[in-house]
Structures are given as structure tokens and as C-alpha cells.
Design a protein around this ligand. Structure first.
Ligand SMILES: C[S@@+](CC[C@H](N)C(=O)[O-])C[C@H]1O[C@@H](n2cnc3c(N)ncnc32)[C@H](O)[C@@H]1O
Length: 212
């Protein structure tokens, strides 16, 4: 971890939460039924803060990560996970910034997006939901997190672009969405969404959402 910090590479969140963030991402996937055979797509997998915990638990070829920030992913592959684990588990990665899940030509049992909807526009979220519908296995779950806009609808993000660090920006920032609006985006597509609060998997200030 020190090497990453010394290199100035963004590690996905506060350093003191790095390890617990990975444990919680693995824990919530397992809670909702992830097994070694599950196919897991990690959107915005960053430097593998979650992937370094999830990849060892899966069979070879079952982990897929999308990360447009190539340097961040490369640093993660170099520092955060054993090269022997990568050779054995053969995770697949892509650098597209279009939320294109189809690039892997696989269907998924779980889609994970931790600390992604906290930066994404509603257009981005809608695209992720559309891709989830197209590329999910029956019974698949979309496990994501958000910052809830305060009541009365204070801080609801209406912009159309990503806010925060990315392949295009070094500037931090977060956005908020109301559960009502997220529910609307899901309902338009025949999906349901619910908040999931469980101290075993909670860290930081984001709230987990389960879409199915
Ligand atoms: C706050 S970090 C979270 C990383 C990781 N999910 C974790 O928990 O550590 C947000 C990540 O989203 C990535 N990102 C930015 N724009 C994206 C896009 N259009 N598609 C997918 N990921 C994107 C960033 O590069 C960054 O790695």
C-alpha cells in the first residue's frame, strides 16, 4: 500500500478504510450468494480495492473488471494482488468508460459498483442499469452504493457528467441521488432497488443498494 501512496496513485478512498473496504465488498457479495462459480463484474474496479479480496474466492475466469484509469489498474495489479493469484484466476479487464458490459461477452451473476454511483450522473446510472438487464444471468444482483440526497431533495445531482477522480480528472468530488429518483430509474426498467444497511458490510458514509 505504501508504494501506491508514495506514487500518488489514487487508491479508491481513504487509506485507513482500504482493507475494510475490500472485506466489506467481498462480504456483501457472499451474503447475497456469491460462490466460487459466480461470474462477478466490478465496475470501476480501480486498483482492485475490492478485487484483491474477491478474485481469490472465484474460479478461474470468473472475475471481470472495468477501469478506464489504466495507470490505477496497472498499479493495483502490480502492488495489491499477488501475481500468482492473477495467473491462477485469470481475471479479465477492460478500460472502456462507456459502462459497456458486453465487451466481455459473458453474463454476470453479480455486478458490483462500489463508490461509483457516488460520482455518476443519472445518465451513467441509467446506462449501467440497461447493461445489467442485457448482461445478467437469471437471479443476478447489482450491488452498488450511493450518497442519499438529503430531504427535502437537497443536493440532488442533476448534472450529466461524472464528478470526481477518473481517467480524465484528478479532482475529487461526490454526488448525491435521492432514493426516489433511483427507484424511478429502476422501475422504468422493471427492476427493484432497496437500501441494505448491515454493520457487517458498512464502512465510510455510503449506503449499499441492491438492484434486482
Ligand atoms: C472512488 S473510485 C472506486 C474504485 C473501486 N470501486 C473501489 O471500491 O475501490 C471510482 C472509480 O471509478 C472509475 N471511473 C471513472 N469513470 C468511470 C467510468 N466512466 N466507467 C467506469 N469507471 C469509472 C475511477 O477511475 C475510479 O477508479
Amino acid at each position: 500500500m505504501d508504494r501506491l501512496l508514495a506514487n500518488g496513485t489514487f487508491i479508491g478512498g481513504p487509506p485507513d478504510l482500504f482493507d475494510i473496504a475490500g472485506d466489506c465488498q467481498l462480504g456483501i457479495l457472499k451474503h447475497f450468494g456469491m460462490s466460487s462459480e459466480s461470474k462477478v463484474l466490478d465496475i470501476g474496479c480501480g486498483c482492485l480495492r475490492g478485487g484483491r479480496k474477491v478474485i481469490p474466492e472465484l474460479n478461474s475466469g470468473c472475475y471481470f473488471g472495468i477501469e478506464p484509469n489504466k495507470e490505477m489498474l496497472e498499479a493495483g495489479l502490480e502492488v495489491c494482488i499477488d501475481s500468482s493469484v492473477v495467473s491462477e484466476k485469470m481475471p479479465s479487464f477492460d478500460n472502456n468508460a462507456d459502462f459497456n458490459f458486453g465487451i466481455f461477452e459473458s453474463k454476470f451473476d453479480f455486478v458490483m459498483a462500489r463508490s461509483i454511483w457516488t460520482h455518476a450522473s443519472k445518465n451513467n446510472i441509467a446506462k449501467m442499469l440497461d447493461e445489467f438487464i442485457e448482461w445478467r444471468e437469471p437471479g443476478a444482483k447489482f450491488v452498488t452504493s450511493y450518497h442519499r440526497a438529503r430531504i427535502p431533495i437537497l443536493g440532488e445531482y442533476h448534472g450529466t457528467s461524472w464528478v470526481g477522480k477518473s481517467h480524465e480528472s484528478d479532482e475529487g468530488g461526490v454526488v448525491r441521488h435521492s432514493l426516489r429518483r433511483i427507484k424511478g430509474l429502476c422501475a422504468e426498467r422493471g427492476l427493484t432497488v432497496r437500501e441494505f444497511v448491515d454493520e457487517r458490510f458498512d464502512f465510510g458514509t455510503q449506503i449499499w443498494l441492491i438492484v434486482e
